[in-house]
Design a protein around this ligand. Structure first.
Ligand SMILES: [Fe+2]
Length: 270
Protein backbone atom coordinates (compact mmCIF):
# COMPACT_ATOMS: atom_id res chain seq x y z
CA UNK A 1 0.00 0.00 0.00
CA UNK A 2 1.28 3.43 -0.89
CA UNK A 3 1.13 6.04 1.86
CA UNK A 4 -0.62 9.27 1.01
CA UNK A 5 1.28 11.17 3.70
CA UNK A 6 4.22 13.29 2.75
CA UNK A 7 7.25 12.78 4.96
CA UNK A 8 6.62 16.15 6.59
CA UNK A 9 3.07 15.17 7.50
CA UNK A 10 4.17 11.81 8.79
CA UNK A 11 6.92 13.32 10.94
CA UNK A 12 5.66 16.61 12.34
CA UNK A 13 8.73 16.97 14.55
CA UNK A 14 10.86 17.48 11.47
CA UNK A 15 8.42 19.39 9.28
CA UNK A 16 9.66 22.80 10.38
CA UNK A 17 13.23 21.93 9.48
CA UNK A 18 12.88 22.33 5.76
CA UNK A 19 16.60 23.09 5.44
CA UNK A 20 17.62 19.77 6.96
CA UNK A 21 19.99 17.74 4.85
CA UNK A 22 18.84 14.48 3.33
CA UNK A 23 20.42 11.15 4.21
CA UNK A 24 21.87 11.10 0.70
CA UNK A 25 23.63 14.41 1.33
CA UNK A 26 24.94 13.27 4.73
CA UNK A 27 26.11 9.95 3.29
CA UNK A 28 27.87 11.84 0.50
CA UNK A 29 29.72 13.95 3.05
CA UNK A 30 30.65 10.85 5.07
CA UNK A 31 31.91 9.06 1.96
CA UNK A 32 33.97 12.08 0.85
CA UNK A 33 35.70 12.32 4.23
CA UNK A 34 36.28 8.57 4.25
CA UNK A 35 37.82 8.66 0.77
CA UNK A 36 40.03 11.60 1.69
CA UNK A 37 41.17 9.77 4.83
CA UNK A 38 41.90 6.56 2.91
CA UNK A 39 43.95 8.47 0.35
CA UNK A 40 45.99 10.61 2.72
CA UNK A 41 46.26 8.99 6.16
CA UNK A 42 49.73 7.92 7.13
CA UNK A 43 48.93 6.82 10.66
CA UNK A 44 45.60 5.55 11.95
CA UNK A 45 43.35 8.34 13.21
CA UNK A 46 41.69 6.54 16.05
CA UNK A 47 40.01 9.41 17.86
CA UNK A 48 36.75 10.98 16.70
CA UNK A 49 37.01 14.23 14.83
CA UNK A 50 35.69 17.02 17.01
CA UNK A 51 34.57 18.98 13.97
CA UNK A 52 32.91 16.37 11.81
CA UNK A 53 30.52 18.27 9.51
CA UNK A 54 28.13 15.35 8.79
CA UNK A 55 27.48 15.29 12.56
CA UNK A 56 25.91 18.72 12.52
CA UNK A 57 26.12 19.60 16.19
CA UNK A 58 29.66 18.35 16.65
CA UNK A 59 31.01 21.87 16.17
CA UNK A 60 28.91 23.03 19.12
CA UNK A 61 29.84 20.16 21.38
CA UNK A 62 33.47 20.72 22.23
CA UNK A 63 35.69 23.55 23.50
CA UNK A 64 37.12 25.85 20.86
CA UNK A 65 39.79 27.27 23.16
CA UNK A 66 42.61 25.57 24.98
CA UNK A 67 41.34 24.06 28.19
CA UNK A 68 42.42 25.70 31.41
CA UNK A 69 43.70 23.01 33.68
CA UNK A 70 42.73 23.28 37.30
CA UNK A 71 43.68 20.99 40.11
CA UNK A 72 40.67 18.88 41.02
CA UNK A 73 39.30 19.37 44.46
CA UNK A 74 40.87 17.01 46.90
CA UNK A 75 37.67 15.09 47.33
CA UNK A 76 37.57 14.33 43.63
CA UNK A 77 40.86 12.51 43.90
CA UNK A 78 39.53 9.79 46.15
CA UNK A 79 35.77 9.85 45.56
CA UNK A 80 33.76 8.08 44.46
CA UNK A 81 35.00 4.80 45.77
CA UNK A 82 32.73 1.99 44.75
CA UNK A 83 32.61 -1.28 46.54
CA UNK A 84 30.43 -4.32 46.61
CA UNK A 85 28.38 -2.75 49.37
CA UNK A 86 27.44 0.11 47.05
CA UNK A 87 26.51 -1.80 43.92
CA UNK A 88 23.95 -4.57 44.22
CA UNK A 89 24.52 -7.55 41.95
CA UNK A 90 20.89 -7.32 40.84
CA UNK A 91 21.58 -3.95 39.22
CA UNK A 92 23.39 -5.77 36.41
CA UNK A 93 20.11 -7.33 35.27
CA UNK A 94 18.02 -4.68 33.50
CA UNK A 95 15.20 -7.16 32.90
CA UNK A 96 14.18 -7.56 36.56
CA UNK A 97 13.80 -3.96 37.67
CA UNK A 98 10.01 -4.01 37.39
CA UNK A 99 7.14 -6.36 38.10
CA UNK A 100 6.95 -7.85 34.62
CA UNK A 101 9.23 -8.97 31.85
CA UNK A 102 10.29 -6.30 29.36
CA UNK A 103 9.46 -6.81 25.71
CA UNK A 104 12.23 -7.66 23.28
CA UNK A 105 15.20 -9.89 22.66
CA UNK A 106 16.91 -10.78 25.94
CA UNK A 107 20.69 -10.49 25.64
CA UNK A 108 23.75 -10.94 27.81
CA UNK A 109 26.54 -8.44 27.25
CA UNK A 110 29.86 -9.28 28.83
CA UNK A 111 33.53 -8.56 28.38
CA UNK A 112 36.68 -7.45 30.12
CA UNK A 113 38.03 -4.02 30.95
CA UNK A 114 41.75 -4.03 30.22
CA UNK A 115 44.59 -1.55 30.34
CA UNK A 116 46.96 -1.02 27.43
CA UNK A 117 49.12 -3.95 28.49
CA UNK A 118 46.21 -6.35 28.61
CA UNK A 119 45.99 -6.36 32.38
CA UNK A 120 42.50 -6.57 33.87
CA UNK A 121 41.07 -3.45 35.47
CA UNK A 122 39.41 -4.89 38.55
CA UNK A 123 36.54 -3.43 40.61
CA UNK A 124 35.76 -0.79 38.00
CA UNK A 125 32.26 0.69 38.04
CA UNK A 126 30.60 0.06 34.68
CA UNK A 127 27.28 1.80 34.04
CA UNK A 128 25.05 1.41 31.00
CA UNK A 129 21.97 3.15 29.66
CA UNK A 130 20.01 2.42 26.55
CA UNK A 131 16.76 2.64 24.62
CA UNK A 132 14.19 -0.15 24.86
CA UNK A 133 13.47 -2.72 22.15
CA UNK A 134 11.38 -0.15 20.27
CA UNK A 135 14.17 2.43 20.30
CA UNK A 136 12.58 4.63 22.98
CA UNK A 137 14.28 6.18 25.98
CA UNK A 138 12.43 7.14 29.11
CA UNK A 139 13.41 10.77 28.79
CA UNK A 140 11.34 13.90 28.29
CA UNK A 141 13.33 14.84 25.20
CA UNK A 142 12.59 11.51 23.55
CA UNK A 143 9.06 11.99 22.23
CA UNK A 144 9.16 10.02 19.01
CA UNK A 145 6.13 7.75 18.57
CA UNK A 146 7.55 4.45 19.76
CA UNK A 147 6.14 2.73 22.85
CA UNK A 148 7.58 3.09 26.34
CA UNK A 149 7.96 -0.28 28.02
CA UNK A 150 6.66 -0.06 31.60
CA UNK A 151 8.92 -2.98 32.50
CA UNK A 152 12.13 -1.50 31.18
CA UNK A 153 13.97 1.59 32.42
CA UNK A 154 17.19 0.94 30.52
CA UNK A 155 19.83 1.65 33.16
CA UNK A 156 22.14 -0.73 34.97
CA UNK A 157 25.52 -0.97 36.59
CA UNK A 158 28.01 -3.46 37.93
CA UNK A 159 31.58 -3.75 39.12
CA UNK A 160 34.22 -5.61 37.19
CA UNK A 161 35.49 -8.66 39.01
CA UNK A 162 39.11 -9.49 39.79
CA UNK A 163 39.56 -10.59 36.17
CA UNK A 164 38.22 -7.28 34.84
CA UNK A 165 35.00 -8.91 33.65
CA UNK A 166 31.65 -7.14 33.58
CA UNK A 167 28.34 -8.77 32.69
CA UNK A 168 24.84 -7.42 32.04
CA UNK A 169 21.52 -9.02 31.21
CA UNK A 170 19.33 -6.66 29.22
CA UNK A 171 17.13 -6.23 26.15
CA UNK A 172 18.56 -5.58 22.71
CA UNK A 173 17.86 -1.90 22.02
CA UNK A 174 16.21 -0.76 18.82
CA UNK A 175 17.46 1.94 16.47
CA UNK A 176 15.91 5.38 16.99
CA UNK A 177 15.52 8.60 15.04
CA UNK A 178 17.37 11.80 15.85
CA UNK A 179 17.43 15.25 14.34
CA UNK A 180 20.85 15.56 12.77
CA UNK A 181 19.23 15.49 9.34
CA UNK A 182 15.99 14.38 7.72
CA UNK A 183 15.17 10.72 8.36
CA UNK A 184 18.27 10.26 10.53
CA UNK A 185 18.47 7.02 12.55
CA UNK A 186 21.06 5.88 15.07
CA UNK A 187 22.32 2.29 14.89
CA UNK A 188 21.28 0.27 17.93
CA UNK A 189 23.73 0.93 20.76
CA UNK A 190 24.31 0.76 24.48
CA UNK A 191 25.94 3.70 26.26
CA UNK A 192 28.78 2.74 28.59
CA UNK A 193 30.36 4.76 31.39
CA UNK A 194 33.46 3.56 33.18
CA UNK A 195 34.69 5.05 36.43
CA UNK A 196 38.17 4.64 37.75
CA UNK A 197 38.90 5.49 41.32
CA UNK A 198 37.88 9.14 41.08
CA UNK A 199 35.65 11.50 39.14
CA UNK A 200 38.50 12.64 36.93
CA UNK A 201 38.75 9.15 35.45
CA UNK A 202 35.25 8.79 34.07
CA UNK A 203 35.03 7.71 30.44
CA UNK A 204 31.99 7.30 28.23
CA UNK A 205 31.49 5.46 24.96
CA UNK A 206 28.93 3.44 23.00
CA UNK A 207 28.77 -0.25 22.11
CA UNK A 208 27.18 -1.35 18.84
CA UNK A 209 25.85 -4.64 17.47
CA UNK A 210 27.43 -6.53 14.57
CA UNK A 211 26.04 -6.13 11.08
CA UNK A 212 23.92 -3.07 11.73
CA UNK A 213 22.74 -1.66 8.38
CA UNK A 214 22.85 1.89 9.76
CA UNK A 215 26.62 2.00 10.36
CA UNK A 216 27.43 3.55 7.00
CA UNK A 217 24.73 6.18 7.44
CA UNK A 218 25.48 7.31 11.00
CA UNK A 219 27.71 10.38 11.38
CA UNK A 220 28.39 9.69 15.06
CA UNK A 221 29.77 6.23 14.34
CA UNK A 222 31.58 7.52 11.25
CA UNK A 223 33.17 10.45 13.08
CA UNK A 224 35.88 7.94 13.99
CA UNK A 225 37.29 7.95 10.50
CA UNK A 226 39.63 4.98 10.88
CA UNK A 227 37.58 1.85 10.06
CA UNK A 228 39.42 -0.48 12.40
CA UNK A 229 39.18 1.98 15.29
CA UNK A 230 35.42 2.37 14.97
CA UNK A 231 34.93 -1.37 14.50
CA UNK A 232 36.33 -1.80 18.00
CA UNK A 233 33.05 -0.31 19.22
CA UNK A 234 31.13 -3.25 17.75
CA UNK A 235 30.47 -6.23 20.00
CA UNK A 236 30.83 -9.79 18.72
CA UNK A 237 28.08 -12.36 18.88
CA UNK A 238 29.41 -15.15 21.11
CA UNK A 239 27.57 -18.46 21.25
CA UNK A 240 29.49 -19.41 24.37
CA UNK A 241 27.81 -16.46 26.09
CA UNK A 242 24.40 -17.39 24.70
CA UNK A 243 22.33 -19.43 27.17
CA UNK A 244 20.06 -22.32 26.21
CA UNK A 245 16.42 -21.25 25.88
CA UNK A 246 17.15 -18.02 27.70
CA UNK A 247 19.30 -15.38 26.01
CA UNK A 248 21.62 -14.58 23.15
CA UNK A 249 25.10 -13.37 24.07
CA UNK A 250 27.53 -10.67 23.00
CA UNK A 251 31.11 -10.07 23.99
CA UNK A 252 32.75 -6.65 24.04
CA UNK A 253 36.10 -5.84 25.64
CA UNK A 254 37.12 -2.32 26.58
CA UNK A 255 40.79 -1.37 26.33
CA UNK A 256 41.46 1.85 28.19
CA UNK A 257 44.87 2.88 26.85
CA UNK A 258 47.36 2.07 24.10
CA UNK A 259 47.06 1.74 20.34
CA UNK A 260 44.14 -0.73 20.56
CA UNK A 261 42.12 1.33 22.96
CA UNK A 262 38.40 1.72 22.72
CA UNK A 263 37.39 5.19 21.71
CA UNK A 264 35.83 7.18 24.55
CA UNK A 265 33.74 10.26 24.09
CA UNK A 266 34.27 13.44 26.13
CA UNK A 267 30.55 14.00 26.62
CA UNK A 268 27.33 12.08 26.33
CA UNK A 269 25.95 12.10 22.81
CA UNK A 270 22.65 11.13 21.32
FE1 LIG B 1 21.70 6.68 22.57
Amino acid sequence: MTSTLTPAQASPETSSDAAAASQQEITGEIDAISAEYAATATVPETMPRLDYPPYRSSILRHPTKDPHHADPETVELFAPVFGHQDVDALEADLTIAHRGEPVGERIIVTGRVLDGDGRPVAHQLVEIWQANAAGRYIHKRDQHPAPIDPNFTGVGRCLTDADGTYRFTTIKPGPYPWRNHFNAWRPAHIHFSLFGTDFTQRMITQMYFPGDPLFALDPIYQSIVDPRARERLVAAYDHDVTEHEWSTGYRWDVVLTGSQRTWMEPETTA
